[in-house]
Design a binder for this molecule. Sequence first.
Ligand code: PMP
Length: 364
Amino acid sequence: MSQRVHNFSAGPAALPVEVLEQVRDELLDFRGTGASIIEASHRGKAYDRLHHEAMEDLATLLGFGAEHSVIFMGGGARSQFALVAMNLLGDGWGGYVNTGRWSDTAIGEAGKVGEVREIWSSKDAGFDHVPGADAFPSAAGAAYLHSTSNNTVAGTEILYDPSPEDAGATLVCDMSSDLLSRKVDVGRYGLIYAGAQKNLGPAGVTLVIARADVLERSRAAGLPAVFTYADQAAKRSLLNTPPVFPIYVVGLVLKRLLALGGLAATEALARNKSDMVYSAIDTSAGFYSGHAQRDSRSRMNVTFKTPSADLDDSFVEGAADAGLVGLKGHRSVGGLRASIYNSVPRASVETLVEYMQEFQRTHG
Ligand code: PMP
């Protein structure tokens, strides 16, 4: 596997090599069925089993029970920006915590559906912070309160589960870029959604975890069945042909996470890996500077820069030569970004830190 790069891409992102190997090994003949899983009926036994196991494994990992349902949908996280509003707004309004580019887009998309109110924003500060645990805003009277747990572009993260009682509304959270990187109190959320392509698997499936009361509310919206959370949940996401290949791979990733010790293990590893990069920034005597305020730092996307845009470019070029890819910052923030999701090995992060130190020594 020496030809594999150290992959710091923001998404689609690194997958565990063991999972990729299993996919390769099973691709032509899925577990003795004589056909690939992507050639098999989604109503057949082989697929049905892995579909339901993926749902159960997700519930086991996150520790939620029958009160919440897992729904696999297509359309990416971005389609949920609209679907949340379409299913849940009714005649009411949606409250939004604007912590980054994706929250901002969610507000814009939901605003095409109905009334939205931005109740908190760090936009004027370049999205360099999130609300602190004792200052999460409330949206009493809202149909729901939407937040984004990890801001992929700015590199900030809300590392606590807000209280729905204090918020005064059903909590909806976009966890696209940090789901399964820490324990989450799922009971606090009416709805969680996440595109798979960062922490969970390939692009093409979006995971939705919805509470029974939210499903019930979605019925009243009168939307076509494929867009209605309650209809999708009632059919266990087999209302129509689901994205079978991404669900299969997500299922393998979930089994691996369970085998590694569940979310306590992923949480410790995420903390450890991100601390290594932040420490390289903090001990660089100002050569590297982080974008996020310290108490808002993301464990998934570390955003930083060197003293100049030219040096940032040299950093990215030199890194690519050394087999470290995906380190260019998002165009809206500039600089550098190391995305270190669950499947990025610790060894890759060690290599990155060595490269950062060497780059500083030769360019500082
Ligand atoms: N939310 C967040 C937090 C994201 O990082 C992204 C993708 N970068 C999206 C939403 C949009 O996801 P998708 O491309 O799956 O629509």
